[in-house]
Ligand binder design. Structure first.
Ligand code: FMN
Length: 329
């Protein structure tokens, strides 16, 4: 374990409310300052993870995977995110985390599950599942940094059974938090998450590293479903939600309510404004990256298919604002 109180505090607060803690998943081009602020204003989780950052790029501006705005935290963000890092070089992890500490971040997460071929070719993400010695060296380097250290991984690379060796390997490193996406790398996101192994994971954690917090991830749509899972599997500490926020930006709401189209479009307008503000600081992201978000707000079941189609043809945030204004008048 590290000396950091970051995760124990989050877990203790949730426990005092008799619930697991909730986090929003690291999602590339999604979990940035803009969308984190939108979700925080709709219904906030206990904490956020950033999209993944190539560890070396934090201290070296000349890499293939530059930081751009990934580490930007708006002063309005009450919750500073956990920064997710990828890479397999311990020295990069050490120097990257030292810089993050100077920037005021409190916690880092090590990506050991990304199935992307480019990441794997560069020995990061799920490639570490196949190279446990590298994984251990990376964790070791991170643990010396003084920040809270967590790992997010999958059950295995090719076969489900691999979790019986891989998860104990990680638990033996005594990280503060272990997040398990309940699929193998090969399964991508194409099969249902393996909820059937949750109790095995809890047992392993209890036996090997009882102080490591355990969080699960995969196919959990919202707060209510997360609470139910934690009740069914005592010992589970945290619930991470990713794509659930695409179906419902109010996914972390504790008492689910029905939200009107106007409310959802209010969130979209907030996102457009934050996006414009963010784009003045950074080259990225560009307008087309916003389009994937339109369907979150302009929902077919609320009769907004035409509105969405119109927005998909827009080329600027101002055009989207005009379309929204025409629609709402
Ligand atoms: C658009 C997108 C980007 C993602 N980027 C990352 C990432 O940067 N780091 C990571 O560990 N996982 C990433 N993931 C995986 C999610 O964190 C999560 O493990 C996965 O979506 C399963 O959880 P869910 O069913 O709640 O979405 C990404 C997923 C999506 C859909």
């Amino acid at each position: 374990m590290t000396e950091s109180n970051f995760w124990p505090q989050i877990a203790a607060q949730a426990k005092s409310e008799q619930r697991p803690f909730f986090t929003m998943a690291p999602m590339e081009a999604v979990s940035n300052t803009v969308f984190r602020q939108v979700i925080a204003s709709a219904a906030a989780p206990d904490t956020f993870f950033s999209e993944f950052v190539y560890a070396k790029s934090i201290t070296n501006s000349d890499t293939k995977f530059p930081v751009h705005g990934r580490l930007y935290v708006d002063p309005a963000e009450k919750i500073k995110p956990v920064v997710q890092l990828w890479g397999d070089v311990p020295e990069d992890i050490t120097s990257g985390i030292a810089a993050l500490r100077d920037m005021g971040f409190q916690a880092v997460d090590l990506n050991m599950g990304c199935p992307d071929q480019t990441v794997i070719k560069n020995h990061g993400g799920s490639d570490l599942i196949r190279n446990p010695d590298s994984a251990i060296a990376v964790i070791d380097a991170a643990k010396k940094s003084g920040l809270a250290v967590s790992v997010k991984t999958r059950l295995g690379y090719s076969k489900l059974d691999e979790f019986k060796e891989w998860i104990p390997t990680l638990l033996n490193q005594h990280v503060d938090l272990l997040t398990v996406h309940l699929r193998t790398k090969m399964e991508m996101s194409k099969v249902p998450a393996h909820m059937e192994v949750i109790d095995d994971l809890i047992k392993m954690r209890d036996e090997i590293s009882p102080d490591t917090l355990l969080q699960i991830n995969g196919d959990i749509p919202d707060y209510t479903a997360g609470v139910k899972l934690a009740q069914e599997h005592p010992g589970l500490d945290g619930i991470m939600i990713g794509r659930g926020v695409f179906a419902n930006p109010f996914a972390f709401e504790r008492e689910p309510q029905t939200h009107s189209l106007d409310e959802l479009l209010g969130l979209l307008k907030m996102q457009l404004n934050l996006f414009d503000d963010f784009s003045t600081h950074y080259d990225m992201p560009r307008f087309p990256s916003l389009k994937r978000f339109f369907k979150i707000y302009a929902r077919p079941e609320l009769g907004a298919t035409d509105l969405r189609n119109k927005m998909m043809d827009a080329k600027t945030t101002d055009e989207v604002r005009q379309i929204l204004s025409d629609y709402q008048n």
